[in-house]
Design a protein around this ligand. Structure first.
Ligand code: ADP
Ligand code: MG
Length: 473
């Protein structure tokens, strides 16, 4: 009945040491106003000087999304009044942004889809109002922090697609080392534009803009709740008003914040203090040569080189550290890539999630995991026991072989010993044996289970299967 249309504006803080137009530090968490110089304070008589590193980073992003990196772009003043903006204007780019017409592939439910990126432009961040004891103070440390605003086409059709796109951009800027992606500290945030239209209708519906969503979970929830609200409004005969709305995570609702301003409210004009930004072909060529392997290329390579599925390859290349961890594990373990992938996506990821840790903070190193996988591959331990070995590693024990030794977890592969266990199980279960021999074949699994249990999980399952078959058939 209804089709959802979503476009995202993502603000990625560029990871430079100093600000976009001044030499002040961008380090997070300093005492208020200790990292704001005359330029950031907007004092009269000062002039902005463009930080070259910012240009390099934006160009890198442009190349990575197959966009046009403009040989000439222009900084413009976006005029508005707000206490945290002492100059009375924000320096941004308007008519001629540095990056135009790119695209990015996302996967949702194992389906690939291309999302258009209209533009990405450079701008400076504003300061921050702090409220305390009934007073408000202004911290201008963040003023002048470089931002890359990445504007998508209205190409997404569900909250799930929007989140997949946002995650993809998040992963990309971190691959490129141009943004730390820290959402708690506000280095990566998103405004979601949402509208709905009747299925089959050609023109878009009126959109609302959900401001400053700073987690993937909030983006998904906020969009879904906003879709429901718009459907309610339209189905009860009302109309959606173009406005900016805030998402309240505690109440799980969106609230109107202000009516949408039009571009001409901002009185954009080229900033006379800054020359047009000209990028020479040699400068761009150098950046192209320095680009790291990009996520999509890595994903393709993982599928070809290691025979992984699209799903596994997507997860493992979702960030650079995880991809490195996987490749280290494969190299060191000399085990099958699929086995390595399973352990990293399964056991390791679940422990990381449970403890809210990043792969870089993993308690088990790639070389420890590799040592353990070698012991599975050479039949020293079973996959089941391996889970316990893995847990011991996670809890701080270091050496795989000592863990196996200490706990007596070595797999039983001695044929005679396994046969003895089988005999014992058969002797204890005469009724089941009879039933099995009378055609109840499902009971085979029961016998395997009993033998495994008796061995405390240590018997080699493959041998148990083979020997049992011989004995009871
Ligand atoms: P503004 O400058 O007012 O923010 P833009 O035209 O730059 O507006 O669009 C901002 C974002 O809104 C873009 O990501 C775009 O894809 C998205 N967008 C535009 N129209 C719609 C719509 N009808 N529904 C959903 N998203 C939209
Ligand atoms: Mg906008």
């Amino acid at each position: 009945m209804w089709e959802v249309v979503i476009g995202l504006e993502i603000h990625a803080q560029l990871a430079t040491k100093s600000k976009i137009f001044s030499g002040a530090s961008t380090a997070y968490g300093a005492e208020p106003n200790t990292q704001a110089c005359a330029v950031d304070l907007g004092l009269p008589g000062v002039l902005p000087v463009l930080n070259e590193e910012v240009v390099r980073m934006a160009a890198k992003f442009g190349l990575a999304i197959n966009a046009k990196v403009a040989p000439r772009s222009v900084f413009a003043r976006k005029n508005y009044f707000y206490p945290d903006l002492p100059k009375g204007y924000q320096i941004s780019q308007y008519e001629l942004p540095i990056v135009e017409s790119g695209q990015l592939k996302i996967e949702v439910d194992n389906q690939e889809k291309t999302i258009g990126i209209t533009r990405a432009h450079l701008e400076e961040d504003a300061g921050k109002s702090l409220h305390f004891h009934g007073l408000t103070g202004i911290d201008l440390n963040r003023a002048g922090t470089p931002l890359l605003e990445i504007v998508s086409e209205p190409d997404m059709r569900s909250a799930k697609e929007a989140v997949a796109y946002m995650k993809k951009i998040h992963s990309l800027v971190r691959y490129l080392d141009i943004c730390d992606g820290n959402m708690q500290e506000g280095s990566f945030r998103c405004d979601a534009n949402v509208s709905i239209r009747r299925k089959g209708q050609a023109e878009f519906g009126t959109r609302t803009e959900l401001k400053n969503l700073n987690s993937f979970r909030f983006v998904e929830r906020a969009i879904n709740i906003e879709i429901e609200r718009q459907i309610d409004v339209l189905e009860s005969g009302g109309s959606v008003i173009q406005e900016t709305r805030l998402y309240d995570a505690d109440k799980n609702e969106t609230r109107a914040m202000r009516s949408k301003e039009e571009a001409n409210d901002y009185r954009y004009f080229p900033d006379p203090d800054l020359l047009p930004l000209v990028i020479e072909p040699e400068f761009l060529e150098q950046i192209k040569q320095d680009l790291p392997e990009l996520p999509d290329d890595k994903k393709q390579r993982f599928m070809q080189e290691y025979g992984l599925s699209l799903y596994d390859a997507s997860i493992l290349t979702s960030n650079r550290e995880l991809a490195d961890y996987f490749e280290d594990t494969v190299k060191l373990s000399r085990s099958e890539a699929k086995l390595c992938a399973n352990w990293i996506i399964g056991e390791l990821s679940s422990l990381l999630n449970k403890n809210n840790l990043d792969i870089s903070e993993s308690k088990v190193t790639a070389s420890q995991l590799a040592n353990m996988l070698r012991r599975i591959t050479d039949n020293t331990i079973s996959g089941k026991i391996a889970k316990q070995v893995f847990e011991a590693l996670w809890n701080g024990e270091r050496d795989v072989d000592s863990i196996i030794e200490k706990h007596g977890w070595k797999q039983v592969t001695d044929t005679g010993a396994i046969e003895k266990l089988i005999d014992e199980v058969i002797a204890k279960n005469p009724k089941q044996l009879e039933a099995y021999r009378n055609g109840k074949e499902k009971l085979f699994g029961f016998f395997v289970g009993q033998v495994m249990k008796l061995s405390k999980g240590k018997a080699n399952p493959k041998q148990v299967n083979e020997l049992l078959k011989k004995k009871i058939s």
